[in-house]
Design a protein around this ligand. Structure first.
Ligand SMILES: Cc1cc2nc3c(=O)[nH]c(=O)nc-3n(C[C@H](O)[C@H](O)[C@H](O)COP(=O)(O)OP(=O)(O)OC[C@H]3O[C@@H](n4cnc5c(N)ncnc54)[C@H](O)[C@@H]3O)c2cc1C
Length: 404
């Protein structure tokens, strides 16, 4: 009667904690050996997420209350609010805190282990685990959760039915360095999220500079292009350009990391298969427009937990079949993300895939000018974190949709 959770990112760790709190034995495995390893996420979240999703204070690196957009011509546009709008998390500290809470709830955490294969049976699953030094173990579990993020190691890639675009998987490839700044070099980046938009900065993508505690900066680029995976050399050359054109190239580099962000636009993929149920990025909860997924990963874990607990109850204790419960989870998550989610996915595809020439740059500049004239910092947060495109009415929507 044990649950196996594969992947100790935000989704897997939170889910493991919630299920263990209900008295069910849970094993959580991840090939990572330490929380600070490959801290790929730039981890900006809106302020409401701290309380709504119980994000531990210890994971907060810095607070921000402004937005800065650097347009294709290199002009900087700024918006500031009178209150904090969000935080930049320390992704390593976030993992560490979530692991700690999971262990306090009774979860057995196996670091340095990965799930190699799962064989679903009628009443459970046989799982092959691979540990340090090639060690192998086969163990049986009642249910297995795929929380392996974009790897989708157990649930697999979304199947495309009838060639529908709803299951089309879009992928963004990111690279980020952490720089040690000082008081002077920090001044123009602190207390705001800065994005660099336009082909000069990153064709089919964007760059960013986010402030962290101890005068550190997260500087990164992400590319979401219709073509295949960009080479590391290409990402790194745009990242170096961003660093040097902002006079940050003399700062010591503390860490280099990278990662992948992937989601289907319509989120129509199956969320379970046999004895495997998937959560977080593994079922496309990452939002591609703003490149953020931590809150949605945590939310999906909170939603899935009660369904998993119900799956552990014996059949005569409940009215619903396993299949019905799993379908309810899938539908609830879809409803919770809402119609704006689909629209933001479509906008992400149009915006990033189309950002490849001067015409697209001009469209982007007009959009930023429009935002400068009409919007507040709070409006930008509502646009990028709540996907409230309708607030901009008919004036802005055509720019976003690429009609002007
Ligand atoms: C460059 C970049 C920048 C980002 N910036 C932001 C941002 O500013 N704000 C934001 O909210 N989000 C951001 N994100 C997205 C965010 O980090 C993810 O949406 C979030 O981490 C998803 O959580 P998860 O738990 O679903 O998956 P993950 O965090 O990806 O965790 C999956 C875990 O599964 C493990 N794993 C893989 N294979 C196996 C296996 N076979 N067995 C066991 N374990 C396995 C991995 O080691 C990993 O620890 C960014 C992502 C990238 C790539």
């Amino acid at each position: 009667m044990t649950l196996l959770v594969a992947g100790a990112g935000p989704a897997g760790s939170r889910l493991a904690e919630r299920v263990a709190q209900q008295g069910i034995p849970v094993v959580l495995v991840d090939p990572l050996k330490a929380a600070e390893q490959n801290i790929f996420s730039s981890a900006a979240v809106p302020i409401e997420a701290l309380t709504d999703l119980n994000i531990p204070d210890e994971a907060v690196s810095s607070y921000w209350h402004g937005w800065q957009l650097v347009d294709p011509q290199g002009r900087s546009h700024q918006w500031f609010a009178a209150r904090d709008l969000g935080v930049v998390l320390d992704f390593g500290a976030l993992r560490k805190q979530l692991w700690l809470k999971a262990q306090q709830a009774g979860v057995e955490l196996l670091l340095g282990w990965r799930v190699k294969s799962v064989l679903s049976r009628q009443d459970g699953a046989d799982v092959e685990l691979q540990g340090p030094g090639g060690l192998r173990q086969t163990r049986s579990f009642e249910w297995v959760v795929d929380a392996t993020g974009h790897h989708r190691s157990l649930i697999g890639a979304p199947e495309r039915r009838n060639n529908s675009s709803a299951e089309e998987l879009l992928e963004g490839f990111g690279m980020e360095w952490i720089l040690q700044a000082d008081k002077n070099s920090m001044a123009v980046w602190s207390q705001r999220l800065t994005f660099f938009l336009g082909c000069h900065w990153m064709p089919h993508g964007y760059g960013w500079i986010f402030p962290m505690a101890n005068q550190q900066l997260k500087v990164g680029v992400c590319r979401l292009s219709p073509k295949s995976k960009p080479g590391l050399a290409s990402l790194s050359s745009f990242l170096k350009r961003l660093i040097s054109e902002n006079q940050l190239d003399t700062l010591p580099i503390l860490d280099r990391h990278g990662g992948v962000l992937s989601s289907t636009i319509g989120r129509r993929e199956a969320h379970s298969r046999g004895r495997i149920v998937a959560v977080g990025d593994a079922v496309s909860t990452a939002n591609l427009l703003g490149g953020e997924g931590i809150r949605h990963a945590l939310r999906s874990a909170e939603l899935l937990a009660p369904f998993l607990v119900a799956l552990f109850e014996s059949a005569h204790q409940r009215q619903c079949s396993d299949q019905k419960l799993l379908l309810e989870y899938e539908n609830l998550l879809r409803r919770r993300l809402g119609w704006r989610w689909n629209l933001s996915g479509r906008l992400a595809k149009r915006t990033w895939w189309g950002l490849c020439d001067q015409r697209a740059d001009r469209r982007l500049s007009r959009l930023i000018d429009g935002l400068s004239q009409r919007s507040s910092a709070e409006d930008l947060s509502a646009l990028l974190f709540e996907y409230r495109f309708e607030r901009y009415g008919l004036r802005l929507l055509p720019y976003l949709m690429g009609w002007r």
